[in-house]
Ligand binder design. Structure first.
Ligand SMILES: Cc1cc2nc3c(=O)[nH]c(=O)nc-3n(C[C@H](O)[C@H](O)[C@H](O)COP(=O)(O)OP(=O)(O)OC[C@H]3O[C@@H](n4cnc5c(N)ncnc54)[C@H](O)[C@@H]3O)c2cc1C
Length: 176
C-alpha cells in the first residue's frame, strides 16, 4: 500500500523507540525474580540508554531469564551496546538473594540463548508534533481515501489499545 503525500507528511512525525530482548541462562538466579529499572527517586523516570529495564523469569523450569532493554545513548540504535549492557547487568543479577553472601557469577555469550537485535517499537509523536495538532490532523484524515487509521498510537502500544482504537473507529465513523 502506497502512502499519499498527505499521509507521508503526517506520519513523518511518528518515531519509534529502540527495543531489545534477550533470553539468558542464569545458573544461580532464582526462578521467581522480576526486576524493574528504577530512577534515582520515585519522581525521576528511568533514562532508557540500551540497558535492561525489565528482567523476569517467565519460563521457570528452564533456568532461562528474559531481559528487555530500551532506548539508546547516542540516538541511533546500538545493538552492540545493548548486548554489552545486558551481559553486564545479568552478570550482576546472577545470584540468589535468598542465599546470604552468595557472590554473583558472571554470565557470558555462551549463556545467551537468544538476543533480538534492535526492534523498532513504541511508535510515538513528540511534544512538538503533539502541540502542532498531530491528532487533530489525523482525525481530519479519517475516512478520506477510503481509509481509517486504527492503532495504539493514541495510547500505550499494546494489542489492547490497538483493539480499542479499532472499536472507536467503528463507533465514531461507521455506526454513528
Ligand atoms: C517486540 C514487541 C513486543 C510486544 N509485546 C507486547 C505485549 O507483550 N503485549 C501487547 O499487548 N503488545 C505487545 N506489543 C505491541 C503489539 O504488537 C502492537 O501494539 C500491535 O501489534 C499493534 O497492532 P496494529 O494492528 O496497530 O499494528 P501491527 O500489528 O504492526 O500491524 C500493522 C501491519 O501493517 C503492515 N503494513 C505496514 N505498512 C504497510 C504498507 N505500506 N502496506 C501494507 N501493509 C503494511 C505491517 O506489515 C503489519 O502487518 C509488542 C510489540 C513488539 C514489537
Amino acid at each position: 500500500m502506497e502512502l499519499s503525500g498527505e499521509e507521508e507528511v503526517l506520519f513523518s512525525d511518528v518515531s519509534v523507540t529502540n527495543y531489545f530482548s534477550a533470553a539468558v541462562k542464569m545458573s544461580q538466579a532464582p526462578d521467581d525474580i522480576a526486576y524493574i529499572g528504577r530512577g534515582p527517586d520515585p519522581y525521576t523516570p528511568v533514562r532508557f540508554e540500551s540497558q535492561p529495564v525489565y528482567v523476569q523469569a517467565y519460563h521457570q523450569e528452564t533456568g532461562v531469564i528474559m531481559a528487555y532493554s530500551q532506548g539508546g545513548r547516542h540516538g541511533a540504535p546500538d545493538p552492540d551496546l545493548a548486548y554489552e549492557l545486558m551481559l553486564e547487568t545479568m552478570s550482576r543479577l546472577n545470584y540468589d538473594p535468598h542465599v546470604e553472601g552468595q557472590e554473583a557469577e558472571p554470565v557470558s555469550s555462551d549463556d545467551v540463548v537468544g538476543f533480538s537485535g534492535v526492534i523498532p517499537y513504541f511508535p510515538l509523536v513528540d511534544s512538538a508534533a503533539f502541540a502542532a495538532g498531530f491528532y487533530q490532523k489525523l482525525d481530519a484524515m479519517q475516512g478520506n481515501q477510503r481509509t481509517y487509521y486504527a492503532s495504539a498510537l493514541s495510547g500505550f502500544e499494546t494489542v489492547e489499545m490497538a483493539l480499542r482504537a479499532g472499536k472507536d473507529i467503528v463507533h465514531s465513523y461507521i455506526l454513528r
